[in-house]
Design a binder for this molecule. Structure first.
Ligand code: ZN
Length: 366
C-alpha cells in the first residue's frame, strides 16, 4: 500500500503528510484497495482494532480518544404506514463519538500519522465538527494549529477549541476557509482535510466494518448526508473490502443527501459536468453540506452508481423537520445529519430487501 497522484501518477510512501501531489497539486489516492482480514481484528475499544486495514507505517503510535464502536440502534419510526413495516431501520449513532461526530475516526489517523512524521503546526477549514475534532486530538498530542472558519460557522461548537486551535474567522463562505487553510498548508502546516487526505478514507471505512459486525451482513441500504461525499465513498471502499474477503456478497445501496441550496453532486449526476458552473454557495441550515466543489466528487458519484444508489436533495424545511423528528425519537442531531430524515423515510417505501442504516454523523449544536 502506498499513495498515488490521480493526475500525474507520482507515488508517495506511507510517510505521506502532503494533502495533494507535491509535483502537480493533483488529488492523492491509495494505490490498492483496502484489505480486511477478520483474523487480524483485535479487541481494542476503538477503530484501532482495525489497524491492519490502515495505510500506516508500523511505527505510527496511535493517538486515540476511543473513537468508533458507536451504537447501532434499531428504531420503530413514529406514524409508520403499513408498507414501511417490512424493513428494519437502524441508526448508526456517530454523534456519540468522543467529540460528537464521525470525523473523530479520521482525525485519529491523520493526527497520529502527522505527529509520527514530525509535523508541528496544523490547519483545517471547518464550520464546526472538523475543528472540534482536530482540537481534541491535538490537545491529546500536545500540539496546536489554526482553524479557518466561514461566516456561518457553529460558534457554540467552536467555543471548545481554544485550548489547541486559534480561530481565524474568514468572514466569507466555506470556500474562503478552504483557501486560508491551503495557504497555511503551503507554509508548512499539516492540512487535516478529511476530504483530501487519502488516509481519511481508510479511517471512515471502519464504519462499514462495524455495521457488518453488528448486523452479521452488509445492510441493504445506507442513507447519509453528502457534503464532500467522503463518508459515502469510504463506506463503499469498506464494503468492497468485506466483499473481497468473502464476508458478504452485497454492497449496500448508498443514498447520499444534499441540500437544495448547494447540490453539486446531484447537479452533475443529473445534468453532467456542465452543471458544475451553475452551483452557487447558498446558505443552508446544514452547514456541513455547504460544499460547492467536492474534492473526490467523481469517485463519490462512481461509488454511488456501482452501489445502485442515488443522490437526492432536500429543502430547508425538510432539514428543520428532520431535526425535530430525530430529537423527538431521542436522537438530538445537527441539521446536517437531520437532512437524511425524509430520504430515509422514502427508501422504506421502496422495494429494498433488508435492513436500512441511517448514519447520524454529528450531534446537535449548543
Ligand atoms: Zn501529481
Amino acid at each position: 500500500m502506498a499513495f498515488r497522484c490521480a493526475n500525474c501518477g507520482q507515488e508517495y510512501d506511507l510517510t505521506l503528510v502532503a494533502w495533494r501531489c507535491e509535483r502537480c497539486t493533483g488529488l492523492l489516492n491509495m494505490t490498492t484497495a483496502l484489505n480486511f482480514d477478520p483474523a487480524q481484528v483485535t479487541d481494542e475499544a476503538s477503530i484501532w482494532r482495525f489497524r491492519h486495514t490502515f495505510p500506516l507505517a508500523p511505527n505510527v503510535m496511535p493517538i486515540s480518544l476511543g473513537e468508533g464502536n458507536t451504537p447501532l440502534v434499531q428504531v420503530d419510526l413514529p406514524t409508520t404506514p403499513a408498507n414501511e413495516t417490512a424493513h428494519s431501520v437502524y441508526l448508526k449513532c456517530e454523534y456519540q463519538n468522543p467529540t460528537g461526530s464521525h470525523l473523530d475516526r479520521a482525525m485519529a489517523l491523520l493526527v497520529s500519522q502527522a505527529i509520527q512524521h514530525g509535523m508541528q503546526d496544523f490547519t483545517v477549514a471547518s464550520t464546526g465538527n472538523a475543528a472540534v475534532s482536530l482540537s481534541k486530538y491535538l490537545l491529546e498530542a500536545n500540539k496546536s494549529g489554526t482553524a479557518h472558519v466561514p461566516i456561518n460557522a457553529s460558534l457554540d461548537k467552536l467555543a471548545t477549541v481554544a485550548d489547541s486551535l486559534d480561530l481565524n474567522d474568514t468572514s466569507g463562505q466555506l470556500s474562503s476557509a478552504y483557501e486560508a487553510a491551503e495557504q497555511q498548508a503551503a507554509a508548512g502546516a499539516y492540512y487535516a482535510s478529511v476530504a483530501h487526505q487519502p488516509l481519511a478514507l481508510a479511517a471512515l471505512a471502519t464504519i462499514a466494518y462495524e455495521l457488518y459486525t453488528d448486523l452479521g451482513d452488509a445492510p441493504a441500504a445506507i442513507v447519509a448526508p453528502a457534503g464532500q461525499g467522503t463518508l459515502l465513498l469510504s463506506l463503499y471502499l469498506g464494503f468492497q473490502a468485506l466483499k473481497s474477503a468473502g464476508l458478504t456478497t452485497r454492497i449496500p445501496r448508498l443514498l447520499g443527501v444534499q441540500s437544495d441550496a448547494v447540490a453539486p453532486l446531484w447537479a452533475v449526476k443529473n445534468y453532467g459536468f456542465q452543471a458544475f458552473g451553475l452551483i452557487e454557495e447558498n446558505a443552508t441550515l446544514a452547514s456541513g453540506l455547504q460544499v460547492i466543489a467536492p474534492a473526490r466528487g467523481d469517485s463519490v458519484l462512481s461509488a454511488l452508481h456501482v452501489s445502485q444508489g442515488e443522490i437526492v436533495t432536500v429543502t430547508e424545511f425538510q432539514i428543520e423537520g428532520g431535526r425535530v423528528m430525530f430529537a423527538d425519537i431521542g436522537h438530538p442531531v445537527e441539521a446536517t445529519s437531520a437532512s437524511i430524515w425524509t430520504p430515509m423515510r422514502a427508501i422504506l417505501q421502496s422495494d429494498i430487501d433488508g435492513p436500512v442504516v441511517a448514519i447520524l454523523t454529528g450531534q446537535a449544536e449548543g
